[in-house]
Design a protein around this ligand. Structure first.
Ligand code: UDP
Length: 479
């Protein structure tokens, strides 16, 4: 039988938190000898600054193709409108995706796709792969903890725990997420669970796309086996082929120490580096709410007052679309902040977190940011905004004990109190020790023989086996 060349197609949601780990995964698989094509939208491709299809962002190991997202060219696609972008993609991109899946070999003169890696939140990609009889593996870019909470939604509904009763106590524990019975409160479930109707379309869509994972040939997590060992036992009972290959950024660096910087989603003014260099060790709070959070002016003011009255210096990444509404809030903050800190548009977050002057991370608890905080060994103050972030922040504070959870409030008094708790005293010391241990565990997991390396080798082996299977199926069909 003719030996098929393994060729993987990966199509992440057009959101930075999905694109970044996918680009890293593409690099990692390419380094292990698998041919990879990443598919994205025309808009994202332009934003990544890639004008050469085979050299995205200076990298050269995988191909990058793009398709339209169905929105007009002048649509701003700002953070506050991301659901509109996703809706348009789901409705309009199915055919274009199918074309690339089935005939990318003609477009980019590559071998046929033998395996699709589909974004866990993009159900149509899995459906199309199934229809075309191309084996698919799910990549869930959020963590195992939120995956399991989403997976348990039918159980929560069946047990009458969802929807929440009217006027309920949000601090009461929920009992129907196996393994989380002793610490997960109503308020820690993904925000989509706060709906009034169990048949809510969004709740049902997220729940069913998570359930669909059981039909995949495998499930990839950007996480570390030891970090989520107990939960993974539960997950493996439903999805037996699970690959924990994270932190993928660190895995990539362990395979190729010459990798470039992460995508520059907004303009990075590197002058902040000199400011950081001038600060004493562990004296600065790094503040960032990721790439999608939008804040009201009143919330921004509460954070700012809280940070200033904590007495600690801070560096705050204020994206141009952070403010929910019009106005240049970054310019205002810059003017008030001169003395106490540094306001910038965008930073290289992994570099800032690794800087010796940074002592704590005020974060929205996005999964990538949570992993990056762990890798850098920096305690976190969590203000989750939506979706999986609610679960992540509970794990940070109650399971891993590496931070504090400010969920559902951001009044200046609480901000100041939590910043102090994360920066000084016994609680800060304890969190620092705990996160230091996890950071070491993350480093070991990507070293030769570490769990993420072992899972990667298994994944590569299985992708090769699927490719043989795909070519056997093709031969079977043609006789
Ligand atoms: N990020 C960055 N610079 C910034 C702010 C964020 O590089 O100024 C990166 C951060 O390192 C992370 C990603 O943006 O990799 C955000 O992903 P996450 O999953 O934390 O949150 P999301 O943006 O999806 O809400």
């Amino acid at each position: 039988m003719e030996k098929a060349t393994p060729h993987v197609l990966i199509f992440p949601l057009p959101l930075l938190g999905h694109i970044s780990p996918v680009l890293q995964l593409a690099e990692v698989l390419s380094l292990r000898g698998i041919r990879v094509t990443v598919l994205t939208t025309d808009h994202v491709k332009r934003r990544l600054g890639s004008d050469d299809e085979n050299r995205p962002m200076g990298r050269k190991r995988f191909s990058l193709l793009s398709i339209p997202d169905g929105l007009p060219a002048d649509h701003p696609r700002s953070a506050g409108q991301f659901l509109e972008v996703l809706r348009s993609l789901m409705v309009n991109s199915r055919h274009a995706y199918r074309d690339v899946l089935v005939s990318s070999c003609k477009i980019s003169k590559t071998p046929p796709v033998t395996c699709a890696i589909v974004d866990g939140l993009m159900p149509f990609a899995a459906e199309v792969a199934e229809e075309e009889e191309i084996p698919f593996i799910v990549f869930r870019t959020s963590g195992p903890c939120s995956f399991w909470a989403y997976f348990s939604v039918p159980k929560l509904i069946e047990a009458g725990e969802l929807p929440f009763p009217e006027e309920c106590d949000m601090d009461e524990l929920v009992r129907s997420v196996p393994g989380m019975e002793t610490f997960l409160r109503r308020r820690d479930l993904p925000t989509i669970c706060r709906v009034r109707d169990a048949n809510d379309a969004h709740l049902q869509a997220l729940s069913s796309s998570t359930q669909r994972t059981t039909r995949a040939r495998g499930l990839i997590f950007n996480s570390i086996e030891q970090l989520d060992a107990a939960l993974l036992t539960h997950i493996n009972s439903c999805c037996p082929r699970t690959y924990t290959i994270g932190p993928i950024g660190e895995l990539l660096r362990s395979l190729d120490c010459s990798v470039g910087s992460p995508p520059e989603w907004w303009r990075e003014d590197r002058s902040y580096a000199a400011w950081l260099d001038a600060q004493p060790s562990k004296s600065v709070v790094y503040v960032s709410f990721g790439s999608l959070t939008v804040l009201r002016r009143s919330q921004i003011l509460e954070f700012w007052h809280g940070l200033v009255s904590s007495g600690y210096r801070f560096i705050w990444a204020v994206r141009p679309d952070l403010l929910d509404g019009a106005g240049d809030v970054a310019a205002e903050l810059k003017a008030w902040t001169e003395e106490k800190g540094c306001v910038v548009e965008w930073v290289n977050q992994t570099a800032v977190l690794a800087h010796p002057s940074v002592g704590a991370f005020l974060t929205h608890s996005g999964w990538n940011s949570t992993l990056e905080g762990i890798c850098a060994g920096v305690p976190m103050i969590c203000w989750p905004f939506f979706f999986d972030q609610m679960v992540n922040s509970r794990f940070v504070s109650e399971v891993w004990r590496i931070g504090l959870d400010m969920k559902d409030t951001c009044d200046r008094g609480t901000v100041a109190k939590m910043v102090k708790q994360a920066m000084e005293g016994e609680s800060a010391e304890e969190m620092r020790r705990n996160v230091g241990r996890l950071s070491e565990m993350a480093r070991q997991s990507v070293d030769e023989g570490g769990s993420s390396r072992v899972h990667l080798e298994q994944l590569v082996h299985d992708i090769r086996a699927l490719s043989l299977e795909a070519s056997a199926l093709k031969v079977g069909k043609s006789v």
